[in-house]
Design a protein. Structure first.
Length: 277
């Protein structure tokens, strides 16, 4: 997600400030944005799947993420809550993660500790201090877009066309390979950024959802559809989702509805809601 001198700290602060910029079109220059993403709620609704997931974000006085939670309500009504706390250093971020289950409220979690090393304003790796299972490295293209993630048991490759995410290819160590492709229509102006891009690429790392610029994933391009399929089975029908967007009065995305019909089965829908403050 090496040493940076004092001038590097100023550069990093400027890069973090990119998170507070708006996009009005493909070539728009950045402007100061007044809001930060503080909550992302996901509701999966289908015949056999009803899962609710909530991500919350809080920031320090410098606008940097200092705590995040990911809470998932399972079909059993049990709630799994991951809490992340962040300490920012000159060229790294210390992360502490705890996991709690609502069905075991007295069970004291054992904190997991990680370090995210930063160089050139971008997170380069995510290394565990207490466990190595979650280790990851990040590689970027010449435009500082995230190109490749080596995340423990999976390699993720992203293809970009300017600010548009074109595809995500996931290669698992088991040999399975999936590709997600995106299509775009007429560009629409939005403020802030599109949180679904870092959410799709690194859903379990809330830092990138709050600060996508640190992971080369900040974009204001809204896709119309995405299709997920086996990369080695091009003739097999994929799972295509269509997206509709709603904006709040200030031009930030407030709601996204994704509808799909996976492999000819019963249709499902996913509703994302966003709160910016």
């Amino acid at each position: 997600m090496k040493t940076i001198k004092i001038i590097g700290m100023l550069v990093m602060a400027a890069l973090i400030g990119v998170n507070f910029t708006s996009c009005s079109n493909n070539n728009a220059k950045t402007q100061v944005v007044e809001k930060k993403l503080v909550k992302l709620t996901t509701e999966h609704m289908g015949k056999n799947t009803n899962v609710s997931l909530s991500k919350t974000f809080s920031y320090d006085t410098d606008g940097r993420l200092n705590e995040a939670t990911i809470s998932t309500v399972l079909q059993s009504n049990d709630t799994v809550t991951h809490t992340y706390k962040y300490v920012w250093n000159t060229d790294s971020i210390n992360v502490t993660q705890e996991v709690r289950l609502s069905s075991h409220p007295t069970l004291e979690p054992k904190p997991l500790k990680y370090t995210m090393n930063i160089s050139g304003g971008l997170v380069r790796d995510f290394m565990g201090e207490t466990v190595t299972k979650g280790n990851a490295t990040y590689n970027y293209d010449a435009s500082n877009r995230l190109q490749h993630t080596n995340d423990w048991s999976i390699n993720i490759y992203n293809e970009w066309e300017n600010d548009k995410l074109i595809s995500i290819t996931r290669k698992f160590e088991t040999g399975e390979e999936f590709i997600t492709t995106f299509t775009y229509g007429e560009s629409r102006p939005i403020k802030g950024y599109l949180p679904l891009v870092p959410n799709d690429i690194t859903a379990t790392n809330p830092l990138f959802i709050a600060h996508p610029e640190l992971g080369g994933m900040k974009t204001c391009q809204t896709f119309e559809s995405k299709t997920i399929k086996f990369a080695d089975k091009p003739d097999m029908a994929g799972n295509t989702s269509l997206f509709e967007y709603e904006l709040d009065k200030d031009g930030y995305i407030s709601k996204i509805t994704s509808a799909n019909q996976p492999n000819g089965n019963d249709s499902t829908a996913t509703v994302y809601t966003f709160i910016w403050e």
